[in-house]
Design a protein around this ligand. Structure first.
Ligand code: 1GP
Length: 244
């Protein structure tokens, strides 16, 4: 089954949770354990990637271990990284809509598109909208951040993504952000769009996850929460808040 179809089936049943694993943050074996735990507690999908300093070797080794230890789809999440993995279940085609540099909107994509086609890699597109504080990824992507109270701007980018034919809108507060995207902004965006909404960045607790979900996120992405002790229980409580 294609990943897009898998995702649509999951979305028809309720909220979807994605675990982001950054291969630069732990050795491949540990990444494999994290991925296995994520699947055990009910995460639906894994994003691999997400930082600038992933070496090609760390990426390839992590991909191998994560694939061996899980059966849920694993997507390559190219945000910020120059390393590449083309042998995952799908490639997230992220266009950072509010970047000031066309490289991050469509330039990097144009360089890889023909290779993805020739290798018959499934692509899933998302309009990536960086919201304050945006963190490292926004800085790397030269984003003109959407401020936390500028709901109109967020709506504008989200609708632009929809009108451009993208599969998803992705509101991102940034990896390691102190707080998630504001609930009011999620609600305002969700009210206007008719494609599914992904929300990530700063979601650490079941309360955060519930708030983001109730505001209208269809898909919730968490990363940092698995990098700390006690992550299994924390992830479990996030999952139960999302799937309740
Ligand atoms: C994925 O960047 C997020 O969208 C992950 O952020 O590490 O803060 O969960 P956290």
């Amino acid at each position: 089954m294609k990943v897009k179809e898998y995702l649509n089936n999951k979305l028809a049943q309720g909220a979807v949770h994605i675990t982001l694993i950054d291969p630069s943050r732990q050795v491949p074996e540990a990444a494999g354990r994290l991925a296995e735990t994520a699947q055990e507690v009910g995460s639906d999908l894994i994003f691999l990637g997400g930082s600038a300093n992933i070496t090609q070797r760390a990426l390839v080794e992590t991909v191998d271990v994560v694939k061996q230890r899980t059966s849920i789809p694993v997507l390559f999440y190219p945000a910020g990284t120059e390393s590449l993995s083309l042998n995952l279940d799908a490639f997230l085609f992220l266009s950072m809509l509010n970047s000031s540099n066309p490289h991050f909107i469509s330039g990097a994509h144009a360089k890889i598109a023909l290779v993805l086609k020739r290798l018959e890699v499934e692509t899933i597109s998302a309009g990536y909208i960086m919201v304050e504080p945006g963190m490292k990824i926004a800085e790397l992507g030269e984003a003109e951040l959407v401020s936390r109270d500028n709901f109109w701007k967020a709506i504008g980018y989200a609708l632009a993504a929809e009108f451009m034919g993208m599969d998803f809108v992705y509101l991102e507060a940034g990896n390691g952000a102190a707080q998630p995207v504001p609930a009011g902004m999620i609600r305002a965006v969700k009210r206007e769009i008719s494609i599914p909404l992904i929300v990530g960045g700063g979601i650490r607790t079941a309360i955060d996850a519930r708030r983001v979900r109730q505001a209208g996120a269809d898909i919730v992405v968490t990363g940092t929460v698995i990098e700390n002790a006690g992550y299994r229980e924390r992830l479990r409580s996030i999952l139960s808040a999302l799937k309740e």
